[in-house]
Design a protein around this ligand. Structure first.
Ligand code: NMX
Ligand code: MLT
Length: 439
């Protein structure tokens, strides 16, 4: 791992210098204004933090260190992990070393299986994933070194080692949850000959490990990995990590956020929605039938899962990547047909409905359809797939947070009374400034 460590050290030195220059030059310059709308609107649109792993452009979507996500279609998740942290795509030597380290960490201690076996049979797979992570917290490298008096400059290397440990184990745990929770047969051991995502596909055990299925899992793992720093999972993880809680705590927190229907659970809801349509119409509906169904859903006050976004104002490129993959590999599939019809019709309907700021599909509108096509038909598992990939970005962000010495996250809140008094005094100040001065 020495080559990886050396090149990360050099990159982190550069990134620290860049931030120092911004701070030196602009420390008290104003970047944003906070309106009452933003305060009551989930802080939407407030620029309040820096996250360098990736940026979400409202029109272009996810851009990882200057690379639009569509340009990363053929990359490996291991390469993306390095890119997120360092800002550069790795050479072959770095990829080999990372893969070797992840393989060494892919064996899971047996007490994790005991914890999973002890959980009630109807536990949600996301609760099982979180439970496994918390059970392993006792092994935290960061915590052990912190308690032994580790220097602040060494925090990030301990977090990086912890990230490799967690990322190495996650696919093994996720696949085991899939196989045991849904009675798909005994756990499948990792195969040291495979790369990270191929191994995950192998351990899930569906599709007899076909090349098609492996391609899909690799693509899935690449596109879900990161979405800047403000999404619920990354942000909540960052807040917890900022208290110097270790990665096991921080990542579990992120996964708890991902488990919500407005975030990562939308992928299972989106497929459920498509299957309900197929069930209701006993096959793909006509355009009129689909339109009526979508309007009926909106009239009952429910959202159309997989559509809309807090930042995006155009079709999510991640959706397009999955959609193109589906149209290439399984265009005749009934589920794919409904996904295509929805893509053609829902944006227009949401625009007419007039509520959603973004009527276009997000990543969750297509991912479930493909998982189903490849035989992963248990919806409750879908967010776990998202989580395994998102762990890459959350871990990369955690390493950088330690490397750059980011502080405790602690924004200010106010009561209604305090808010009104701030607004009153600003108004008084403004009126005083506007009053013509006596000559
Ligand atoms: N269907 C119906 N109504 C919607 C939708 C939708 N897909 N998206 C937004 N709206 C409504 C929203 O409920 C809100 O209504 P109200 O004023 O009654 O509360 C109104 O439009 C304004 O919300 P927005 O400003 O457009 O959206 P916001 O930034 O608050 O939330 C989402 C973003 C993604 C939570 C929202 O679009 C949504 O609930 N989408 C469906 C769930 C989903 O697909 N989530 C996955 C997000 C991506 N991910 O992977 O995490
Ligand atoms: C994500 O990938 O995290 C989602 O698209 C949600 C978001 O960015 O807010």
């Amino acid at each position: 791992m020495e080559v990886v460590r050396q090149s990360l050290r050099a990159s982190i030195k550069r990134q620290k210098k860049e931030i120092q220059q911004i701070r030196d030059t602009h420390l008290n310059d104003i970047v944003d204004e906070v309106s009452v709308k933003k305060i009551f609107g989930g802080m939407r649109g407030i620029v309040g933090m820096v996250c360098n792993t990736s940026y979400v452009d409202p029109e272009k979507g996810l851009i990882i260190r200057g690379h639009p996500i569509k340009e990363l279609t053929d990359r490996l998740p291991e390469e993306i992990f390095y890119l997120l942290i360092s800002g550069e795509l790795p050479n072959n030597e770095i990829v080999d070393q990372l893969q070797e380290a992840l393989k060494l960490c892919s064996i899971v201690p047996s007490y994790v299986w005991d914890v999973l076996d002890a959980m009630p049979g109807d536990s949600h797979p996301m609760a099982m994933l979180g439970g496994s992570l918390l059970a392993m917290e006792r092994e935290s490298i960061f915590k052990r070194k912190y308690e032994a008096g580790m220097r602040k400059v060494d925090y990030w290397e301990a977090t990086f080692d912890e990230a490799l440990m967690v990322l190495g184990r996650l696919p093994t745990i996720a696949a085991a949850i899939y196989r045991t929770r849904f009675e798909r047969g005994p756990r499948i051991h990792p195969n040291p000959q495979y790369d990270w995502s191929t191994n995950f596909a192998h351990m899930l055990g569906e599709n007899k490990g076909s090349a098609d299925f492996r391609d899909f899992i690799r693509l899935y793992m690449v596109i879900h990995c990161d979405h800047e720093g403000g999404n619920v999972s990354a942000f909540s993880s960052r807040v917890v990590g900022s208290a110097l809680s270790d990665l096991y705590y921080a990542l579990t927190t992120g996964f708890c956020g991902l488990a919500g229907p407005l975030h990562g659970l939308a992928n299972q809801d989106a497929l459920k929605f498509v299957l309900q349509i197929l069930d209701h119409f006993e096959g793909p509906p006509s355009e009129d039938q689909l339109s009526e169904y979508i309007w009926a859903t909106l009239h009952t006050g429910r959202v159309i899962p997989g559509y809309g976004h807090a930042v995006l104002r155009a079709t999510d490129p991640r959706f397009e990547m999955l959609y193109d993959f589906g149209m290439d590999r399984c265009p005749g599939d009934d589920i794919c047909k409904v996904v295509r019809m929805m893509y053609q019709m829902v944006p227009g309907i949401l625009q007419e409905h007039g509520k959603a700021s973004n009527p276009y599909p997000n990543v969750d509108a297509a991912s479930g359809a493909l998982l189903f096509h490849y035989g992963i038909t248990f919806f409750d598992f879908y967010t776990v797939m998202f989580a395994v990939s998102r762990a890459i970005g959350i871990c990369a962000q955690a390493v950088l947070a330690r490397a750059l010495g980011l502080p405790l996250v602690r924004p200010k809140t106010v009561t209604n009374e305090k808010l009104l008094s701030i607004l009153r005094s600003r108004q008084e100040k403004k009126s005083a400034q506007e009053k013509p001065k006596k000559s």
